[in-house]
Design a protein around this ligand. Structure first.
Ligand SMILES: Nc1ncnc2c1ncn2[C@@H]1O[C@H](COP(=O)(O)OP(=O)(O)OP(=O)(O)O)[C@@H](O)[C@H]1O
Ligand SMILES: [Mg+2]
Length: 400
């Protein structure tokens, strides 16, 4: 109940804030249209002058990514916002579709999704105005090398294993909403710790959903590996970098990679490590799992107490299922949520890394059974029929 009233208050503050900006800075459209927009909860349109004034002339940078730079801002009533100034190349077709995309993003509300308040579509400025999340991205809490101000140890101490587990479950729920529950299915294409933002009480919210169709990103942290367009190396599913047809299962893969990083509290790939076998954490986890050495995995997962062992083991198995090479072998996000919450039995995972050990020649067989969602052990039918405990690993990739 308290959560609902908090949400209502938050929305009211946001709406007041948008109205305040319009009152103070620019002329607003006809009253009827303004009211109509608010009733339909459409994101508000800001002018470039308004954004410059909200951000103190873009004085505080929060970070930058493939779409542009994010600045801290404040609406006239004091509501903090994050303004993402887009540096994407938009062809005419994309420009025409901009409003439609913004409309979709703006109407997509969920407690685990970052809320879009508004946008700017002036000739010189294309920007998105988001709710501001006090604690920034999960990235800095996982690796401790972000620029959040506090020292590494301080950050690590603050995030207990339980909080990290809660962040994992909340994030999964946000993605589940995008895939399975909102009016128009949204595939994120860039799930990674930098796109999981956290509130002051460490509630996770997925950021940047719906941006994949807003134009081509700058090639800053992308590489030719992902075709220069979607996903981030290290998190992008094989079908993305192999330029094969994609489905929402590419988000499941990326989420699996995030789970490994949560489990190990480290970057999945770390060439600095003395023990070479640990360089790529997901493969190290699989090797230990295959040897039946859960003990090593759990002790590598920093801060897992005796009481949380089972949860850590569950997270490990879910991660291994999520990163299966065959999209159809990966679970749906609703299965992921249920497994993480202990409501669904988990079949022992099969080796997700055949293609690594078989020298990468797997492309010929790998996605042959299709990138759809129909044939894997976690098909929606198991959800529909409630026979989740009967799922089998029937579609496991061939042994190398
Ligand atoms: N709504 C927000 N509230 C607070 N900080 C934010 C917000 N949005 C973004 N940031 C900060 O800005 C940083 C950069 O975000 P941005 O989305 O531009 O890059 P990215 O997430 O690293 O890459 P990508 O372009 O793939 O999303 C984030 O890591 C985060 O620290
Ligand atoms: Mg981002």
């Amino acid at each position: 109940m308290a959560k609902i009233s908090d949400e209502v208050n938050r929305r009211n503050r946001a709406l007041e804030a948008c109205a305040a900006v319009n009152d103070v800075v620019i002329e607003i459209g006809p009253v009827e249209k303004f009211l109509h927009d608010i009733l339909n909860e459409k994101p508000m349109r800001f002018s470039s002058q308004q954004l410059a004034s909200c951000t103190g002339n873009y004085s505080t940078e929060l970070g930058s990514g493939g779409f542009g730079v994010v600045y801290k801002g404040e609406l006239p009533n004091g509501l903090p916002v994050a303004v993402k100034v887009l540096k994407v190349s938009m062809n005419k077709k994309v420009q025409e579709g901009f409003m439609a995309e913004i409309g979709t993003i703006g109407r997509t509300y969920h407690v685990h999704l970052v809320r879009l308040y508004g946008f700017c579509f002036d000739p010189d400025t294309k920007a998105l105005v988001y709710e501001y999340l006090e604690n920034g991205s999960l990235e800095k809490y996982l690796y401790g090398d972000g620029d959040g101000g506090a020292g590494e140890d301080e950050k690590r101490e603050r995030l207990e294993w339980r909080t990290l587990h809660r962040i994992a479950v909340g994030t999964a729920k946000g993605i589940r909403y995008l895939h399975e529950e909102c009016q128009q299915k949204i595939v994120h294409y860039d799930i990674k710790p930098a796109n999981i933002l956290v509130t002051s009480d460490f509630t996770p919210k997925v950021a940047d959903f719906g941006l994949a169709r807003l134009g081509e990103r700058e090639n800053t942290h992308m590489s030719s590996l992902t075709g220069g367009r979607r996903g981030t190396p290290g998190y992008a599913a094989p079908e993305l970098w192999m330029a094969l047809p994609t489905t929402e299962k590419c988000d499941v893969y990326s989420f699996g990679m995030v789970l490994f990083e949560i489990l190990g509290r480290r970057r999945n790939y770390d060439a600095q490590l003395e023990d070479e076998s640990r360089e790529w954490f997901p493969k190290w986890v699989w090797d230990k799992y295959e040897q039946g050495d859960m003990e090593s995995i759990v002790s590598a997962a920093a801060g897992v107490g005796e009481a949380d062992r089972e949860k850590a083991e569950t997270m490990c198995k879910v991660a291994l299922w999520c990163v299966q090479f065959q999209p159809s072998a990966r679970p749906t996000m609703s299965s992921v949520v249920r497994m993480l919450e202990g409501e669904m039995a988990i079949v022992p995972p099969v080796n997700p890394f055949h293609y690594v050990s078989s020298g990468g020649s797997s492309s010929s067989w790998a996605l042959s059974s299709g990138t759809g969602t129909g044939t894997g052990p976690f098909t929606s039918s198991s959800r529909d029929t409630g026979r989740d405990s009967e799922v089998s690993a029937a579609s496991a990739p061939p042994k190398s």
